[in-house]
Design a protein around this ligand. Structure first.
Ligand code: ATP
Ligand code: MG
Length: 441
């Protein structure tokens, strides 16, 4: 029966104190009277008897109703929030160990009918429609699993980096000078000045090695690139590291261990969630190969793709490389001219830089390298790249305070999650993506 308000208060108190979760009931609970809260996912009305499927954050349970309760249920639209109280009993249903013989139902919050999308996924919606109703989209387990996995991976990354003696920092996202040069910054009025949204924490994290040695930052960054791809957003999350006294090879070791330990942990502790993504065999690795940029050019040549030394690897070229090196691989020692001013070149072969990208197939996940730590040479590098050292005076002065040799990288967190969750579009793994078209919700 649907309850009147006095009884309803009692039930509300009861459920907040004694609420059970769908996944927590089994045959040991048979005969017990228990209370649940959740969303009415499904209602099968057979006339004299009805079955409901109710979802909470742990899963679904089945309830059986008859009589007055059944007619009450007919008034409740799917996806409304209900409180269900009843006795646990054995079931003949295939997907459940037990079911709830429903004794009380209360409607807590009504959902409109029809909803803009079907969160069960039975009626398919386009990604755009789903993003327009993202909060509702998360009621689909497969989708919410992406974001649970995302959250767990953040936890794993932090745990891993602490174990390597890194300190988490927070640097400003409102900045006064264009960090790395380049035109892809969002600018805005900042009181009477012009300010920008940070495209990376590059300069700050380098400076912080001077006092903290090893730092990392996990944050959103902003790029005003009008890209229309499945891997670029205007706002994305990056995991940035920077470490004093390490070389780019050491950073690659750290990245490799981070990737392998994250994937292994997911398959041990997150096996159920990972099963949804159906990519187990593909992403497991035990070592990540390091291939020079020059070797990539040779490989590409043998595949009929001619790239001149010094040219960037185009999308079609990266797709071809992705066929040879299908999982994770590093491309190392990029031409100096392709890398930003702060990357150190090799001593004897200055046309090559001490840099790497981590790829997964065609997708770039990480960029990193050994940094220039000499202030005079850094000034020259700025000039060579057409940048004005005066705009970098705050940064350059720190290089005269005993700047340690240092290296680091930035890992595109959303792209990493794409791989872990077998998603083909970055928008699938970002709650509220921002791109050239999308600014809301
Ligand atoms: P790409 O060549 O794919 O545009 P990038 O070389 O410009 O990337 P970096 O400046 O090296 O990017 O940034 C470090 C990492 O941050 C990249 O390897 C990528 O994983 C991620 N990243 C960069 N730009 C974006 C973006 N617009 N959207 C999502 N992730 C990004
Ligand atoms: Mg890069």
């Amino acid at each position: 029966m649907l309850l009147r308000s006095q009884e309803s208060n009692r039930l509300q108190h009861e459920y907040s104190m004694n609420r059970r979760f769908a996944s927590s009931i089994d045959k040991n609970h048979i005969g017990q009277n228990l209370t649940f809260i959740g969303w009415l996912e499904d209602f099968r009305d057979m006339g004299k008897i009805g079955f409901i499927s109710v979802r909470d954050m742990t899963g679904n349970f089945q309830g059986v109703l008859t009589g007055e309760l059944l007619s009450g249920l007919r008034e409740i639209p799917r996806q409304s929030v209900i409180v269900v109280n009843g006795t646990i009993q054995d079931t003949r249903a295939e997907n459940f160990q037990v079911e709830v013989r429903v004794e009380k139902v209360e409607l807590l919050s009504r959902a409109i009918n029809p909803l803009p999308i079907d969160p069960t996924g039975r009626v398919k919606s386009s990604l755009d429609n789903r993003l327009d109703s993202r909060a509702l989209d998360l009621r689909n387990f497969k989708i919410s699993n992406i974001f649970r996995t995302r959250s767990y991976v953040l936890h794993l990354i932090r745990k891993f980096l602490y174990s390597k003696m890194f300190v988490e920092v927070n640097t400003p996202k409102i900045i006064g000078t264009a960090t790395e040069g380049g035109a892809d910054l969002f600018g805005f009025e900042y009181f009477s000045k012009k300010a920008f949204l940070a495209q990376s924490p590059q300069l700050y994290k380098e400076q912080l090695t001077l006092g903290l040695e090893r730092v990392f930052e996990i944050s959103s960054y902003f790029r005003a690139e009008p890209s229309h791809t499945v891997r670029h957003l205007s706002e994305f999350v990056s995991v940035d590291l920077e470490a004093a006294f390490l070389q780019y090879g050491d950073i690659m070791d750290i990245v490799q261990d981070l990737i392998i330990s994250t994937i292994n942990d997911l398959y041990v502790h997150y096996d159920k969630q990972m099963a949804y993504f159906e990519n187990k065999q593909d992403i497991m690795v035990d070592k990540i190969p390091r291939i020079t940029y020059e070797k990539c050019l040779e490989d590409l040549k043998s595949l009929g793709e001619k790239i001149e030394f010094g040219d960037d690897l185009s999308d079609p070229a990266l797709k071809k490389l992705g066929e040879i090196y299908s999982k994770f691989y590093f491309i190392i020692d990029w031409p100096t001219k392709l890398k930003p001013f702060y990357i150190l070149e090799h001593d004897k072969k200055s046309e090559f830089s001490r840099s790497f990208d981590l790829q997964y197939g065609y997708l770039e996940i990480v960029s990193g390298g050994t940094r220039e730590h000499d202030s005079e040479r850094l000034k020259n590098k700025l000039l060579e790249k057409g940048l004005n050292p005066k705009s970098f005076s705050d940064h350059l002065q720190t290089f005269e305070w005993g700047m340690p040799p240092h290296s680091g990288c930035g890992l595109g967190f959303d792209r990493f999650i794409m791989i872990l969750t077998n998603s083909t579009n970055i928008r699938e793994v970002v709650l509220y993506p921002r791109d050239t078209e999308r600014l809301s919700p």
